[in-house]
Design a protein around this ligand. Structure first.
Ligand code: MTE
Length: 284
């Protein structure tokens, strides 16, 4: 199916909704909210009301907690620019073809996220020494199918304890200075800097401290790296940090040039290291 063209975004999938901006509309390093790609896994966007929203923190903790939106707002907040990309971005260019949402190159964005360090909340709950991972659940749910089997699930993922305790891992309240929009996880979403977008759980409602690795659908069956020769002893590994990548946004593909100077514009990013230099090649 040919994606529908909207004013600012192209609909790559209608149900679940997945949209991406045209690359030529990326003209600043901060992605405006209306140009930020959207990746949902289920049909319905949860209808959450900040006044009634609560986040439970449970599992291997000294004190289970339930935090309200107002209580969260009282904790110290920080603002960080964070780039994240959907792991399926650029699927259009994958060879051999890979099954999944047929993204072009626009499923990446860089926004300023404001929120509370997750570790401040985890410290309030008191993480036990036995904890290995922290599990996160969103309020969205639906059905997934694999090899003829149907799974009823909510969207959930986990992080290793050290990443969860990193001060930059946020319970985000604002995106580019405004309340997060429903499509991007209102009222609160997790933001995991440096990692693929899959880790940044939207519509967050539950956190659980685990003493063993989480084995859920989106952790072990989707968004995993399957190495050659994978077997029971070497199972697929959940995707984590983004590698180095770049994108040319101007000129657009197919543009005709006349002799003279041309501006080449684009972005380069990487999950856990700074970009030192960008080169480009004109001869393929
Ligand atoms: N969180 C929930 N609850 N449900 C989802 O479908 N999609 C994940 C992640 N968090 C998802 C989610 C994926 S795969 C990506 S790439 C990002 O959210 C997309 O975030 P965005 O829609 O704000 O761009």
């Amino acid at each position: 199916m040919i994606p529908e063209q909207s004013a600012s975004q192209i609909t790559v999938s209608e149900d679940p909704l997945c949209t991406e901006p045209r690359l030529t509309s990326f003209d600043s390093s901060l992605t405006p909210v209306d140009l930020f790609f959207v990746r949902h896994h289920f049909s319905d966007v949860p209808k959450l009301d900040a006044a009634r929203w609560t986040l439970s923190v449970e599992g291997e903790v000294e004190n289970s907690l339930t935090i309200s939106y107002r209580e969260l707002l009282k904790l110290p907040q920080r603002t960080l620019p964070v780039t994240f990309e959907c792991a399926g971005n650029s699927r259009v260019a994958m060879s051999p073809p890979v099954e999944g949402v047929f993204w072009g190159n626009g499923a990446v964005g860089n926004a300023e996220w404001t929120g509370v360090s997750l570790r401040d909340v985890l410290n309030q709950a008191g993480i036990k020494d036995t904890v290995k991972e922290i599990f996160f659940e969103g309020a969205d749910s639906g059905e997934e199918e694999e090899q003829g089997l149907k799974f009823d699930l909510s969207y959930s993922r986990s992080l290793p304890l050290d990443k969860a305790m990193h001060p930059d891992t946020l319970l985000a309240i604002r995106m580019n200075g405004e309340s997060i929009t429903p499509d991007h996880g209102y009222p609160i979403r997790l933001i995991v800097p440096g990692w693929y977008g899959v880790a940044s759980v939207k519509w967050l409602i539950k956190i659980r401290a685990l003493d063993r690795p989480y084995q859920g659908f989106f952790q072990t069956r989707r968004y995993v790296i399957i190495n050659e020769g994978a077997d029971k002893e070497h199972p697929p590994k959940p995707l984590t940090a983004m590698p180095v990548k770049s994108l040319i946004t101007q000129p657009r593909r197919g543009k005709v040039f006349f002799p003279g100077e041309t501006v080449i514009q684009g972005f380069a990013w990487s999950g856990e290291a700074k970009i030192k230099r960008v080169d480009f090649s004109t001869d393929g």
